[in-house]
Structure formats: structure tokens, C-alpha cells
Ligand binder design. Structure first.
Ligand code: HEC
Length: 190
């Protein structure tokens, strides 16, 4: 009886350890994907603004980012998206329940003084149709983003007009540098 108990405790422990190992492994893999993804977007944005002003940078958030997200998803057999609590494009950017909860926790962590650009969360979750690894890393707003996501005084009239035309329900303005614009989210079937 005792022996059995010890054995089952051991088994339970080792599977917990295995799970923790898996979590750490998936988290490392996600970091290796998301880090360069965010860096590339920031660089593309800078380049576009320098070459053609803020209006020409619209394509970075509108075309380049979703295309990159699609390609990274295909290459790695997972789903990578950009999500937010205040979206410009509700079709692509709306957070699911898990993402919403974690984004709200990010906001709380930021309010307590944690740096937004290093904020992340990783979890293995069970859903009715299977197990998933989930990962999110906050996207901190850069100074170069306020031309389209900042206060009304930061956004020029041409950009305002284009945004109003394309996104009548735009919620993604009013941000200051350093705030959490949203997150890059990875969902990976296990
Ligand atoms: C020139 C204007 C412009 C600039 C500059 C810009 N964005 Fe965007 N952003 C947009 C547009 C337009 C969309 C909606 C894209 C779409 O249709 O999916 C968007 C969408 C997003 C989204 C997806 C969620 C949502 O709200 O739909 C994130 C995240 C985001 N931007 C972050 C950033 C960050 C971070 C920067 C700075 C590095 C930045 N943006 C700079 C125009 C801009």
C-alpha cells in the first residue's frame, strides 16, 4: 500500500516535472520566434516612416505584419497573431478569452511598474478539443507608433482621414510610448 502510494507520488511528480520542462522548451521556442518578429516590425515601421512619412507606414501594420504572422505560423505549425484590448481591425486583432484575461493582467503588472517591453506569459491549457501551449508577449508602443496610435494631436490630418475611412470603429488611438499596444500571441496544438 505504502509502496504504491510512493510510486504514484513519484509518477505524478515526474509528469509535473516533464510538463514544466515542456513548458520551458515551448517558451524558449516562442521567444525565438516572437523576438525577431517584433524587432522586424519596429524596423519596417522606422524604414517606412523615413522613406515616405507616416502614411506610407500604414502598409507595415496593415499588410506586412499580417503577412509575416501568416508565414511564421505556417513555417512553425502554430498560430501567431497580434491582438489587443483596443483594436483597430477587429477582424484580425480581437483577443480571445485567454488573451483578454492575460492582457488585463499585463495592464495590472504595468500599473505596478513592470517594464512593458519584456512582459510575457506562457501556459499549457486544456480546451474541449485538446491541449494547447499558449504564449503572449506584450508589444510596447514605441515613439514611432504615435503617428497612428497616439493622441489626436500626434496624428496628422491625412493619416486621420485614411484611418477614419478604413477603420470606422477604430479604438487603437490615445496611446503613449511605453504603454501596452497589444501582444503577439502564439497558440500551438500539443
Ligand atoms: C502609419 C500608421 C501606423 C503606424 C506608424 C503604426 N501602426 Fe499599428 N496599425 C495601423 C493600422 C492601419 C492597423 C490596422 C491593420 C489591419 O488592418 O489589420 C494597425 C494595427 C496594429 C496592431 C494590431 C491590432 C489592431 O489594433 O488592429 C498592432 C498590435 C499595432 N498596430 C501596433 C503598432 C506598433 C507597435 C507600432 C509602432 C512600431 C505601430 N503599430 C505603428 C497603423 C499604424
Amino acid at each position: 500500500m505504502k509502496k504504491h502510494y510512493a510510486l504514484s507520488v513519484l509518477l505524478a511528480l515526474s509528469s509535473t516535472v516533464a510538463l514544466a520542462d515542456d513548458l520551458a522548451k515551448y517558451q524558449d521556442e516562442s521567444r525565438a520566434i516572437v523576438g525577431p518578429f517584433v524587432q522586424k516590425l519596429i524596423a519596417e515601421n522606422k524604414k517606412a516612416v523615413m522613406e515616405g512619412g507616416p502614411e506610407s507606414a500604414i502598409k507595415v501594420c496593415k499588410d506586412i505584419a499580417p503577412a509575416m504572422a501568416g508565414e511564421v505560423s505556417r513555417l512553425n505549425g502554430l498560430r501567431l497573431t497580434r491582438v489587443s484590448l483596443k483594436v483597430r481591425n477587429p477582424l484580425l486583432g480581437t483577443a480571445d478569452a485567454w488573451e483578454q484575461k492575460k492582457l488585463m493582467e499585463f495592464e495590472k503588472r504595468a500599473a505596478k511598474g513592470e517594464k512593458t517591453d519584456a512582459m510575457e506569459v506562457a501556459e499549457i491549457v486544456k480546451e474541449p478539443n485538446g491541449k494547447y501551449f499558449r504564449y503572449m508577449k506584450a508589444i510596447a508602443l514605441q515613439q514611432g507608433c504615435v503617428a497612428c496610435h497616439g493622441k489626436p494631436t500626434d496624428i496628422n490630418e491625412n493619416v486621420k482621414a485614411r484611418l477614419a475611412e478604413d477603420y470606422p470603429h477604430d479604438q487603437a488611438t490615445g496611446y503613449e510610448a511605453g504603454q501596452i499596444r497589444g501582444a503577439v500571441s502564439i497558440k500551438r496544438p500539443l
